[in-house]
Design a protein around this ligand. Structure first.
Ligand code: C2E
Ligand code: MG
Ligand code: MG
Length: 680
């Protein structure tokens, strides 16, 4: 409705004007009707009076039938403008005379509603005493009354217009008392909703409904303000929680780097844009070498710190657009987008290898950790994300296989290697239960007496489907999967059981060397496990040699030292396997209770011709002797090598020259032959 859309001031004005107009119109109508009725009544009275006077004057004229004088008398009525017609009847009620003259038609005296509004008619008898002489009929027009009423209405209309003008002026002035607070309240409300400032208040000191409205408005604002504060607080908490969830969903807690989920998303967008614009990109899988050893020996806390430090160091060397993520335990992934060529990726990979070869100083010690990197390019190697990942993984395993601490780019033939690795891994889980694992024994011969003084137990795996598998292939796998723990215990038990059986059978004490992997040594209860297993075979501890590689001893941890000291004190011999190939720090030789060094066969193979190997072997022998250790040479294949080692006072030799690692029944011959010689 139109009224609804008007501002309150105008609405008020309009309502007032309408109400006033209706009231005034009603009043004017009432006054007009009353004035009309009164004036008509006065006119009738006036007519009756005039009729009586005229009747009296006409009496003689009627009696004497003097129409002329009667006519003259009636002509005097011209001075009364209201009177329009007069008819005078004689005593026989026949027209006697009329006014105006010659209109002696009988006057219709029957009054209708419309005739009442146009004229009034009266009739009166003319009498002398009681004698009826005639009658007079008079009719008067109401025009004069209407004229007066018109003038009255005109004046009234002017008065009404003046009253409306004055009223409008007054209403405009007075309505301010009503509309101003309402307008102010509306403006305040507009200000609040546009600024969202709920601390604003409306000041109106009135006790009427508007005052109540203002108080209500203020109360509502303070309620909203406090709700708003609560809501803001709640929103802040919710935002924090959302940020945290976002962080957890997309970022790794330990390194603060993007996680696998984030990686998958980044990878998807990088690969699709690479395909669309035909731009080279690559993914690198960076796997830390021997991280498990650090984690297990130094504890998860240091392991986590190391992972964080690795992430920081890597990120420092990368471009901002490169995406580095942690996608697994010790596995990082790097996405390099918009590469100009393959060389660029190779350069980055080498930089990572170099930077991770530098020691990490954590917990007051230097920790060395390398990395093996696999690289796969899009679109060169594949355009499928899963294939790219698989390829990079294959390349990374290849890098591990090639001696760790290097990078490899994916080649299609790696797929087969990777597949074999998975095959091996699943087969290895069953190997122990399926009795596919067994031991070969390689004799260790005293260089001076040429007698077999012991054996090294070497693990063999014959899988019905995969055939004979080299320990070089499956031992790292067993270490990665943790299967080395039950497998290692099997080896220790089987080797000692065999040695004790020979001992009981031939009554000759030969030592048994067993390889112990780093993953085994970090077991908290390893010393107790070793003792209990060896005890169960009844082989004396002093006949057991435990071969460890140098890398195991690099952690310098107190726990490793205590374990080795306990083993040594119990009679076990601790020997360093493949000596010379590991880390060149010699300090651990003095620190740990090491009784024997096994010179790596890479130094022996070119003896005595290679001057470097000659020098190294001589140096190792001299070092070992100085520290009171027994020297064992591995991989002795020729008489010349044997001769050289004999000349340089090596104590024991082990190698194909005397025997390859052989099954127990063949190894037994070496003890049996000694038994024979001891009798002769
Ligand atoms: P290793 O402990 O250094 O064992 C010596 C390796 O040298 C053996 O290889 C042996 O067959 C090989 N060898 C011995 N004499 C000669 C020689 O004259 N010429 C050549 N070319 N090689 C010779 P194998 O049996 O293949 O074992 C490889 C490695 O696997 C071992 O190196 C050892 O580190 C690991 N391994 C074997 N059995 C076990 C085990 O039971 N537990 C653990 N943790 N590791 C084992
Ligand atoms: Mg060994
Ligand atoms: Mg060795």
């Amino acid at each position: 409705m139109l009224l609804n859309d008007l501002k309150i001031g105008k609405k008020l004005l309009l309502i007032n004007l309408i109400a006033a107009s209706i009231a005034m119109t009603a009043l004017v109508i009432c006054i007009t009707v009353i004035a009309f009725i009164n004036n008509r009544t006065y006119l009738i009275q006036d007519l009756n009076t005039q009729a009586r006077i005229i009747g009296d004057n006409l009496t003689a004229s009627i009696v004497f039938n003097d129409q002329k004088s009667a006519q003259t008398l009636l002509e005097a009525l011209r001075r009364s403008p209201n009177i329009k017609q007069v008819i005078v009847l004689n005593d026989k009620n026949q027209p006697f005379t009329s006014y105006p003259a010659k209109t002696s038609v009988a006057m219709n005296t029957e009054a209708t509603f419309w005739s009442n509004l146009s004229y009034v008619t009266i009739q009166q008898p003319i009498q002398i005493g009681d004698q009826y002489v005639g009658a007079i009929h008079m009719r008067a027009s109401l025009n004069n009354i209407y004229k007066q009423l018109r003038e009255f209405l005109l004046l009234t209309l002017i008065a009404i217009l003046l009253a409306i003008a004055l009223g409008t002026f007054m209403i405009r002035r007075l309505q301010i008392f009503l509309t101003k607070p309402i307008i102010d309240l509306t403006n305040s409300m507009r200000l609040v909703s546009s600024t969202n400032d709920y601390s604003l208040r409306f000041n109106l000191e009135a006790k009427d409904e508007l005052g109540e409205l203002a108080t209500g408005f203020n109360t509502m604002l303070s309620t909203i303000q406090s709700h708003r504060a609560d809501l803001d607080h709640e929103l802040q908490l919710r935002n924090q929680a959302e940020d945290r969830l976002q962080q957890l969903a997309f970022y790794d807690v330990v390194t603060k780097l993007p996680n696998r989920h984030h990686f998958n998303e980044s990878m998807a967008s990088t690969v699709s844009s690479s395909i669309r614009h035909n731009i080279l990109c690559c993914i690198m899988i960076i796997d830390l070498d021997d991280f498990k050893i650090v984690n297990d020996t130094l504890g998860h806390h240091i392991g986590d710190d190391l992972l964080f430090a690795v992430g920081q160091r890597l990120n420092h060397d990368l471009r901002t657009e490169d995406i580095l993520c942690r996608i697994g335990g010790d596995e990082f992934a790097l996405i390099l987008d918009k590469l100009l060529n393959v060389e660029q990726a190779k350069h980055v990979a080498q930089k990572i290898i170099n930077t991770l070869s530098l020691p990490f100083h954590l917990d007051n010690r230097d920790i060395f950790i390398g990395a093996s990197i696999g690289i796969s390019f899009c679109p060169n190697d594949s355009t499928s994300i899963s294939a790219l990942l698989r390829n990079a993984d294959s390349a990374m395993y290849n890098a591990k296989k090639l001696g760790k601490n290097n990078f490899q780019m994916y080649l299609p033939e790696m797929e087969a290697i990777n597949l074999r690795r998975f095959e091996l891994e699943s087969a290895l889980h069953q190997a122990l239960n399926n009795n596919e694992l067994f031991l070969h024994y390689q004799p260790q011969v005293d260089i001076q007496s040429n007698k077999t003084i012991g054996f090294e137990a070497l693990l063999r795996w014959n899988n019905p489907k995969l055939g004979m598998i080299s320990p070089l292939d499956f031992i790292p796998l067993a270490e990665d999967t943790g299967l080395i723990i039950p497998i290692g215990e099997f080896v220790l038990y089987e080797a000692c059981r065999q040695a004790q059986q020979w001992r009981e059978h031939y009554a000759i004490d030969t030592s048994m060397s067993v390889n112990l992997s780093g993953r085994q040594l970090i077991q908290p209860n390893i010393v107790e496990r070793i003792m209990s297993i060896v005890n169960s075979t009844k082989l004396p501890f002093h006949l057991v040699t435990i071969e460890l590689t140098e890398s195991i001893l690099m952690d310098h941890s107190q726990e490793t030292l205590q374990k080795l000291e306990k083993l040594s004190a119990s009679g076990f011999t601790i020997s360093i396997d493949d000596f010379g190939t590991g880390y060149s720090s010699m300090s651990y030789l003095k620190r740990y209770p090491i009784k024997a060094l096994k010179i790596d066969r890479s130094f022996i193979s070119d003896l005595p011709d290679d001057a470097n190997d000659v020098a190294i072997t001589q140096a190792i022998i001299a070092l070992g002797k100085n520290l009171g250790m027994k020297l064992v040479a591995e991989g002795v294949e020729t008489e010349a090598q044997l001769e050289f080692l004999k000349t340089h006072q090596c104590d024991v030799v082990q190698g194909y020259l005397h025997s390859r690692p052989v099954p127990a029944d063949l190894a037994e011959h070496f003890i049996a032959s000694q038994k024979d010689t001891s009798y002769t």
